[in-house]
Design a protein around this ligand. Structure first.
Ligand SMILES: NC(=O)C1=CN([C@@H]2O[C@H](COP(=O)(O)OP(=O)(O)OC[C@H]3O[C@@H](n4cnc5c(N)ncnc54)[C@H](O)[C@@H]3O)[C@@H](O)[C@H]2O)C=CC1
Ligand SMILES: N[C@@H](CC=O)C(=O)O
Length: 791
């Protein structure tokens, strides 16, 4: 009976909930026939184990403590899942812990065999966890140690597999063994001829699974965090297409060129004994996948970029570059292999990008079309040649040109005139700003399409529910889709979103939630751009603010939040630009709260305080909880954001803040009940307004920064004061600086309101979108590189 081999990557087993989902998938698969499962270590565990191995050399006690903590964390997850395996177990966390303790002296001495025992324990612990959950779901299962199946050389750390001996060892167990119990095998691991544990090199669990599938003749499913193989890396190319059916040979050509997701080594056993391979996204609700092998295949059309190569300078260099295609795996394993050597043999290498372009429908015209596409994008290749062996065009480019060329060629050769999809996840989609933003998306979509972009809402979330749909959600249908959706926690929908492969993905946070803002570093690190009117992220204290900045720096994704101060007023960007041009703030005063500007303005028009607050709420100026406005806390966040734009390092707790109404009453969590308590403020505020009027003054809620002190409070100012002349809801800023000394820089206008805020958020969105123009401007050749094109 034919079964299947299912392999789970580290992200698919990243935490208790993911392990539970993996177990669910295994149970379903088992109900359909025999299954063997291969597991990676939980995400991050192999790196931690490698760190422990290094630590052991310097500080054995610290390494022992770290190893114990790591093992214990797996036992904790088993407890959380309520599932510890039973039966005849080859290992348990306790036994692995003892083994690691015992191997510490050898690890401290740098023993490679001990290091392999340590590294392999990640997969063993993951197998143990999955076994427990699968058994708890009523499936009879057992672990098979990889050491009894995978025969390798004794090269610890990166052992070579003896495929013949491995196939024989797997087959020797007999059909009944594999078809009876569900078998769980740790990936990445094997054993040397003398029976010692070896490891197969980084990311080798796919290879382990392929060895097992080929030996059993069973199809292989690799469950990972992407839906499969794309026509280009979807993190780099907007509009990359999922390749649904590839032949094994084409997948091998693509993988050799550096296409991500599948490693060429994984395909080797499958090429020898063909069985189909399917790549499945463990997290996506839609069932997209790439199937490799099998009866159906499509012509290969895609691009792969490698940027871990170097090209030596010198007259003969590029001619030699063509030898790249004749050499076997000159570049396959070395992190920065030299593609060619210079004439004098010196390795004065410059980093290059190597782009491989496959289009099996293009025939002999492909090199010519590539040249034209590069020229149309003002990109100059260092070399361009046809690889007869791989049937693709290879293009060597200056390293900085790699990604622009990838995007340009993908657009011009593969995607054609199809618009670039921009994927949107709207958080707070049922709120006032969120709903208006969705209307703008619907209204502006046609004009954006004419400019080559296809705006697609792929996720919509409110405080209780979430819809994620890669096929797109009509903006007008978001409300209904959310109403019909399942409940989802922030952790759940964030996790689903992080697993989405689509890029560009822009998360629009239209909440006022600190919990949502706390996730920004994770999303940014995953290359998800964020656009938001939520002040919690940009005004966050040091740890979160630092993590947000670092995630942007590392991934290149951006957080845009121009509306967090003054809604759509031209403020933050201008101030940042002035600061980068050398301006230095000296003093500033401002009215930053639209709500309080409105309320205090209406007092002057004899409207009672409590009625004015209700009006501000109804007009959409107030925060979801108006206590944030009345306490001054919302304005304080704006002052922090404003000062940071001016280069002043400041945190919220440094602001001297006087609330507009007493702090006790603001503890009321229910917004409606808070409004009901405000009537007793009417008389005192009426008296205060009259007294001010009698003195030729009015009340404003004034923000100031002077002598390094930032404060916010209600103040009386003469009617002639520039900040006194504002209409209700208007904001204003007066800034004196090194460039604005003679007369202050003044910006004033409506500073709150749903329409203006949503328009500002949309403007930020357009700025993010503009970065994804498919063709990028001309880049310079690296200075002083005497390279000669041989195209
Ligand atoms: N109204 C205005 O004039 C301006 C508003 N803003 C900001 O715009 C943002 C949105 O304001 P409104 O639309 O008035 O708020 P709202 O209360 O109408 O909507 C908030 C939305 O966020 C959702 N939400 C709350 N917590 C969530 C969570 N943890 N996970 C997922 N969704 C969650 C709610 O379900 C709702 O859909 C706020 O940050 C506000 O400060 C910024 C500038 C001006
Ligand atoms: N509640 C705010 C509006 C959004 O930032 C205000 O009143 O200014």
């Amino acid at each position: 009976m034919v079964g299947k081999v299912v392999k789970f990557g580290g992200t698919s087993l990243g935490d208790a909930s993911r392990i539970a989902r993996a177990a669910d998938a295994v149970v379903v698969a088992r109900s359909e026939g025999p299954v063997a499962v291969v597991v990676s270590a939980m995400a991050g565990v192999t790196n931690r184990l490698a760190g422990i191995a290094e630590l052991a050399v310097q500080d054995a006690a610290a390494a022992a403590a770290a190893a114990r903590a790591l093992v214990a964390s797996h036992a904790d997850i088993a407890a959380e899942l309520g599932a510890a395996p039973d039966g005849d177990l080859p290992w348990t966390p306790a036994r692995i812990g003892r083994q690691l303790d015992e191997s510490l002296p050898a690890l401290a001495a740098g023993d490679a065999a001990a290091r392999d025992i340590l590294l392999a324990s990640g997969e063993k612990l993951a197998a143990w966890l999955l076994l427990g959950v699968v058994q708890a779901r009523g499936v009879a299962a057992a672990i098979v140690p990889a050491e009894v199946l995978v025969r390798t050389s004794g090269r610890h750390g990166n052992a070579e597999v003896d495929r013949t001996a491995t196939s024989a060892a797997i087959a020797a167990r007999g059909a009944g063994f594999w078809q009876g119990l569900l078998r769980i095998v740790p990936g990445f691991t094997g054993a040397s001829p003398d029976g010692r544990t070896t490891t197969l090199g980084r990311n080798a669990s796919d290879y382990s699974a392929a060895l097992l599938a080929a030996a059993l003749g069973w199809p292989l499913e690799i469950w990972t965090d992407v839906a499969g193989c794309y026509s280009a890396d979807p993190r780099l190319v907007a509009g990359a297409r999922l390749l649904r059916h590839l032949s094994l040979a084409d997948a091998n050509r693509f993988a050799h060129a550096g296409a991500s997701v599948i490693h060429a080594r994984t395909l080797e056993p499958l090429l020898e004994r063909p069985v189909p391979l399917t790549i499945v996204n463990s997290f996506a609700s839609d069932a997209q996948s790439t199937r490799i092998g099998g009866e159906v295949s499509e012509p290969l059309r895609g691009l792969a970029l490698r940027h871990d190569l170097s090209l030596a300078r010198g007259a003969r260099a590029l001619t030699a570059a063509a030898a790249f295609d004749q050499g076997d795996d000159v570049y396959a394993d070395a992190p920065a292999a030299v593609v060619a050597v210079s004439e004098d043999g010196a390795e004065t290498a410059v980093p290059v990008a190597l782009l491989s372009v496959f289009d099996d429908t293009a025939g002999a015209s492909l090199p010519h079309r590539c040249r034209e596409a590069l020229a149309a994008s003002d990109l100059v290749p260092l070399a361009l040649w046809w690889s007869r062996r791989e049937r693709c065009v290879r293009i060597a480019l200056a390293a900085a040109d790699g990604q622009p060329a990838l995007r340009a060629l993908h657009r011009l050769l593969i995607a054609g005139d199809a618009p670039v999809p921009i994927h949107l996840a709207v958080i707070g989609a049922s709120g006032r700003v969120g709903r208006r933003l969705l209307e703008l998306v619907a209204e502006q979509r046609p004009s954006l399409r004419a400019r080559g972009f296809d705006l697609r809402v792929v996720a919509a979330v409110n405080s209780r529910k979430a819809v994620v749909d890669a096929a797109g959600i009509e903006p007008a249908a978001v409300g209904a889709r959310l109403a019909a959706a399942n409940e989802a926690t922030l952790a759940q929908w964030s996790h689903d979103l992080l697993a989405r492969p689509e890029r560009p993905l822009v998360l629009v946070d239209c909440t006022a939630s600190a919990d949502v803002a706390a996730r920004y570093p994770d999303w940014l690190a995953a290359g998800i751009d964020i656009v938001t009117p939520n002040k919690h992220g940009p005004s966050a204290a040091a740890p979160l603010a630092g993590a947000i900045a670092e995630a942007q720096r590392q991934s290149g994704a951006r957080l845009l939040h121009e509306t967090t101060v003054g809604a759509q007023l031209p403020l933050l960007r201008t101030l940042r630009e002035l600061t980068s041009a050398g301006d230095r703030v000296e003093t500033l005063e401002a009215v930053l709260s639209g709500t309080l500007s409105y309320v205090l303005g209406r007092l002057q028009q004899d409207v009672p305080f409590s009625a004015a607050v209700r009006e501000a709420v109804a007009l959409g100026y107030a925060e979801p909880h108006p206590g944030a406005d009345l306490s001054g806390a919302d304005a304080a966040r704006k002052l922090v954001i404003l000062l940071r734009a001016l280069g002043v390092a400041i945190d919220l707790d440094e602001i001297h803040l006087q609330p507009l109404v007493d702090a006790e009453r603001l503890r009321e969590p229910d917004a409606g009940r808070l409004l009901d308590t405000l009537e007793d403020q009417d008389a005192p505020w009426q008296r205060a307004a009259e007294a001010a009027r009698a003195a030729g003054e009015c009340w404003i809620y004034r923000a100031s920064w002077q002598g390094g002190i930032a404060q916010l409070r209600a103040e009386r100012v003469p009617l002639s004061h520039p900040l006194a002349r504002l209409l209700p809801c208007e904001n204003a800023l007066r800034l004196s600086s090194s460039y604005y000394r003679a007369a202050p820089l003044t910006v004033a206008g409506p500073g709150a309101g749903i329409d203006l805020t949503a328009a500002g958020v949309f403007a930020d969105l357009l700025e993010v979108i503009a970065r994804h123009q498919p063709v990028e401007p001309l880049r310079q050749m690296p200075a002083g590189a005497p390279l000669r094109a041989v195209a």
